[in-house]
Design a protein around this ligand. Structure first.
Ligand code: NAD
Ligand code: MG
Length: 376
């Protein structure tokens, strides 16, 4: 799901490298029907789904008379995730749109390789409970969480602390005062990773790191007080786990999402890849620093949302999605992103034990509050 995006395209690279291990049944995208058709033809998919219904006719024409079924709309996305032909769903959608397809895949008992962290930010409690009840495995694609999973393999003693590393994003070398006038173009220039636009902005504000703390909590069942964030500009240590005996395990490698993607797809095995090997001699300096919490208030806001539970993180996510879209189209300033999040959290209805409908309502309300704050 989301095969035309940054994670989607790299997932298909892994499939292309391992034709004997994988068979693509369904591919989905929101609007890029040209690439979706090209991928479906290359991988001989049985079915394609385009989220935006307006592209249905173009997609159908591009598929021609090949034996590939074409569907459109969100409901088809959820049906595709639950199809009996599928055993693993890779969720590489961006934003809140990933939640319902994840739930559909869980209800249908599919193994899930999850890039869409917003699924867990918005509704981690509900999602993990449903996965637990169905005996569904959720394997993280996010590099930090893949690293933590790799560090936890083979351990049976309690964890003292998860240490989530953070590149610092595109604005890490700018002084706090300079953030007032930052443009989307500046914030999109990520020093280490080439990713979709939304997550690149989330990395610049550190909303992404805050979301990863919440994601780590739900995936690994570790409390907010035992998850810390450490700036590591080289992005070589992908995250670490500290145990009660003082030992710390880290997972290292070049910043390349193909590794966590292939790990999630082949777990508990590993892929054989010919990619360039990491050289310690060429990278002799690895540095670490605390996060500047005044420059990046979003991190503490995310911790607060995790501690409050209920719909708090869903509200943060909804407001963030609206504000990031506005920032990317030059309709608000950089600081308005955190401003919108704060405003939404202050004024939103808080539900302590939300149902899926409550998340839906909280997301809608957060977006409205953000739009009002941004005067859109
Ligand atoms: P992207 O914008 O490059 O791709 C998103 C994909 O989802 C596209 O195929 C798009 O067509 C589809 N999509 C978007 N909105 C949709 C909607 N409403 N309905 C149906 N389809 C829709 O994003 P990305 O960078 O690949 O990120 C995907 C997810 O993975 C995000 O949750 C992100 O946080 C997470 N992630 C990405 C990276 C990375 O390196 N890109 C790393 C870690 C985690
Ligand atoms: Mg990450």
């Amino acid at each position: 799901m989301g095969s035309t995006g940054s994670i989607g395209v790299q997932t298909l690279d892994i499939v292309r490298e391992n034709p004997d291990k994988f068979e693509i049944t369904t591919l989905t995208a929101n609007s890029n029907w040209q690439l979706l058709a090209k991928q479906a033809i290359e991988f001989e998919a049985d079915c394609v789904v385009i989220g935006d219904q307006r592209h249905y006719d173009d997609l159908t024409a591009a598929i021609g008379d090949r034996p590939i079924k074409v569907f459109a709309g969100e409901d088809s996305l959820c049906s595709a995730a639950a199809s009996s032909e599928v055993d693993t769903v890779v969720n590489a959608l961006v934003g809140y749109a990933g939640l319902h397809p994840t739930m559909a895949a869980i209800e249908a008992g599919k193994k899930i390789a999850l890039a869409n962290k917003e699924t867990l930010v918005v509704a981690g409690e509900t999602v993990m409970r449903a996965a637990d009840e169905r005996g569904v495995t959720i394997l993280p694609i996010d590099s930090e969480h893949s690293a933590i999973l790799q560090c936890l393999r083979g351990e049976c003693s309690p964890v003292r602390r998860l240490i989530v590393t953070c590149s610092g994003g595109a604005l890490r070398d700018l002084p706090r005062e300079a953030l007032d006038t930052v443009t989307p173009e500046q914030a999109l220039r990520h020093p280490q990773w080439s990713m979709g636009a939304k997550i690149t902005i989330d990395s610049a504000t550190l909303v992404n790191k805050g979301f990863e703390v919440i994601e780590a909590h739900w995936l690994f069942g570790i409390g907010a007080d035992s998850i810390s964030v450490l700036v590591h500009p080289q992005s070589v240590v992908h995250s670490m786990v500290e145990f009660e005996d003082g030992g710390i395990k880290a997972q290292l490698g070049s910043p390349d999402m193909h590794l966590p993607i292939s790990y999630a797809l082949m777990y508990p095995h590993r892929a054989t890849r010919t990619a360039e090997r990491f050289s310690f001699a060429d990278n002799p300096t690895l540095t670490f620093a605390e996060v500047d919490r005044e420059k990046y208030p979003a991190l503490d806001i995310a911790y607060d949302c995790l501690r409050r539970g209920g719909t708090a993180a869903c509200t943060m996510n909804g407001a963030n999605e609206e504000a990031v879209a506005a920032f990317l189209s030059h309709r608000c300033r950089y600081h308005d992103i955190v401003g919108s999040i704060r405003h939404a959290l202050e004024h939103a209805t808080f539900t302590r034990r939300p149902s899926l409908e409550d998340y839906e309502a909280a997301d809608r309300e957060a977006r409205e509050l953000a739009r009002r704050y941004l005067k859109l």
